[in-house]
Write a protein that binds this ligand. Structure first.
Ligand code: GRF
Length: 215
């Protein structure tokens, strides 16, 4: 049986999650062949990091921010992914809303998409941007990290894994983020490895949502 699944990482920024995923793949803790890293930003540090590791990088600029621009952009992304035989798409700080063009190109026959994201909160709490800051400013005592699959509505897809942490003693949103990133860096490689190895089952919740559980 083939042991490594071809994946691509889509990222817009500093790429700390890319770093840990690439390291986990090198060390055999993530059953992935990282074929490609795509960024919508030419100056994203993640592109340089990936290139230094010998991974192919692509900058695909967005024509704009409207819904049609989004679809055009995603069509270019999908073409690049399909050309390289990518089977799972891993979002790691990708600051774009994904359209149906990308989601449907990677929809599995079991109903879910093979598009994975990491969100810095315990969804459905604090969706959207700056979730660590949102939790800090709200006065939450606990927040966390969610790995989930992509769906049209932002931060709404089936939950794959979650881990919480306490905000006790945090005096700034930056401190919350520092704590959160450590949790992300543990959770993402582990949760993704389970998905790539097919060690999961999919169930429906009483509300008809999909839920992904380790098996
Ligand atoms: C992380 O906090 C991730 O949860 C969010 O964007 C941030 C990306 O950080 N989606 P990095 O670029 O991986 O360092």
């Amino acid at each position: 049986m083939r042991s490594l699944t071809p994946i691509a990482i889509l990222a817009s920024g500093r790429g700390s999650n890319f770093d840990v995923l690439a390291r986990a793949a090198r060390e055999g803790r993530l059953a992935a062949d990282i074929r490609l890293v795509i960024s919508d930003r030419a100056d994203a540090p993640v592109l340089e990091k990936a290139a230094r590791l010998g991974i192919e990088v692509l900058h695909i600029a967005s024509p704009g921010r409207g819904p049609e621009d989004r679809e055009l952009h995603d069509a270019q992304v999908v073409a690049a992914l399909q050309n390289r035989g990518v089977e799972w798409v891993v979002l790691a700080g990708y600051m774009r809303v994904i359209s149906h063009v990308l989601l449907e190109a990677f929809r599995d026959s079991r109903g879910f998409t093979r598009v994975v994201n990491i969100h810095p909160a315990l969804l459905p709490a604090f969706p959207g941007m700056n979730a660590y800051r949102q939790a800090f400013e709200y006065g939450a005592q606990v927040t966390g990290v969610t790995v989930h699959l992509g769906e049209l509505e932002v931060d709404s897809g089936p939950i794959v894994a979650q881990a919480g942490f306490s905000l006790e003693g945090c005096r700034s949103a930056d401190e919350v983020e520092g704590r959160g990133l450590e949790v992300e860096h543990r959770l993402y490689p582990q949760a993704l490895d389970g998905l790539l190895r097919g060690r999961f089952k999919v169930e429906r919740t009483p509300k008809g949502r999909l839920r992904v559980l380790p098996s």
